[in-house]
Design a binder for this molecule. Structure first.
Ligand code: R5P
Length: 297
């Protein structure tokens, strides 16, 4: 891909290089120095007219400021078109003031990024009330990629589709649950979830095929504390599932949360490498490369 440079924020060198290889584009690292007072100095070595900045936005608070500084440095070096590749987008879940006086974080972060980037490319953003990414990033081009083909591919590798059921833990998961079930030719079930607080959810059986005697593949966009998956797994076992696995687009869970998932009987948690995590099982680079309009091998 001529005339394009990929710049990787700290911690993103490996996936950024993977993407660069598929795009046949050079890649460089953005240098970040953190001062004792925890301010950051950010340095971009070079830019091209079109520069792709690679930064997955898990653990976002410090990253957002350094990303803004990097975008500014790249503009100063001559980047006319800045593309943000953020395989995981932060702050998408707070899309309304759920309590009076709460900031609508999705709107604030959406504007913050839209002011700095010409195009934003991401995978499975958690959109609920906003129906499209274009509503979140006013004025920017947006590309929202589905992780469903990657999640289906992870399951297909097990070769157990004939004994599988794909399960979504809540109504919001319907889209990717149905897409994964269709891709592997398995039945699906959408559970009903009510969230009580950050770490507690209650889940009831919902709509679709029964999990009895099958391997249930729980599918979700995000595993954060993992409590959604753990609570869903308990219900699936109570309803006769033989085995429960979980496959998610973005794994954000701590090591302790991953251990708790195993204790809840989930045989395996697997994820895409949208966020670097011990459960990564499939690379997102080919999906991103195809969206950036280049043939992925
Ligand atoms: C929320 O609706 C999302 O789709 C996930 O189900 C949720 O973010 C998972 O969070 P946790 O792992 O903390 O239950």
């Amino acid at each position: 891909m001529s005339g394009v440079l990929i710049a990787a924020m700290p911690g993103e060198t490996t996936p950024a290089r993977r993407l660069a290889a598929l795009l046949d584009a050079p890649s460089v690292d953005i240098e970040v120095h953190r001062f004792p007072d925890r301010e950051s100095s950010v340095r971009a070595g070079r830019a091209q007219a079109t520069t792709i900045l690679y930064c997955s936005l898990n653990d976002p608070n410090a990253k957002l400021i350094e990303l803004a500084l990097a975008a500014s440095a790249l503009r100063d070096l001559g980047a006319r078109r800045l593309v943000l590749v953020a395989p995981y987008l932060c702050y998408m879940r707070q899309d309304a003031a759920f309590q009076p006086g709460e900031a609508v974080s999705q709107r604030v972060v959406g504007r913050f990024l839209a002011e700095r980037f010409d195009r934003i490319v991401t995978i499975e953003p958690h959109l609920h009330r906003a129906r499209t990414l274009a509503e979140v990033f006013p004025g920017a081009e947006t590309t929202s990629l589905s992780a469903a083909p990657l999640l289906a591919e992870i399951i297909r590798r097990d070769g157990a589709e004939d004994r599988a059921i794909v399960v979504g833990p809540d109504a919001e998961s319907r889209w990717w649950t149905e897409a994964v079930a269709a891709a592997i030719g398995a039945p699906f079930h959408i559970l009903r979830k009510a969230r009580r607080d950050d770490r507690q959810v209650s889940i009831e059986t919902g709509e679709g095929a029964a999990p009895g005697g099958r391997t249930a593949y729980l599918i979700d966009d995000v595993a954060s504390t993992g409590n959604t998956l753990a609570t869903a797994a308990k219900l699936l076992f109570e309803n006769g599932a033989k085995r429960v696995e979980a496959v998610v687009a973005h794994a954000l869970s701590s090591d302790a949360d991953v251990k708790r998932l195993r204790a809840a009987g989930i045989a395996r948690l697997r994820s895409t490498d949208s966020v670097a995590h011990v459960t990564n099982a499939i690379e997102v680079a080919p999906l991103l490369a195809a969206a950036l309009c280049v043939e992925a091998p």
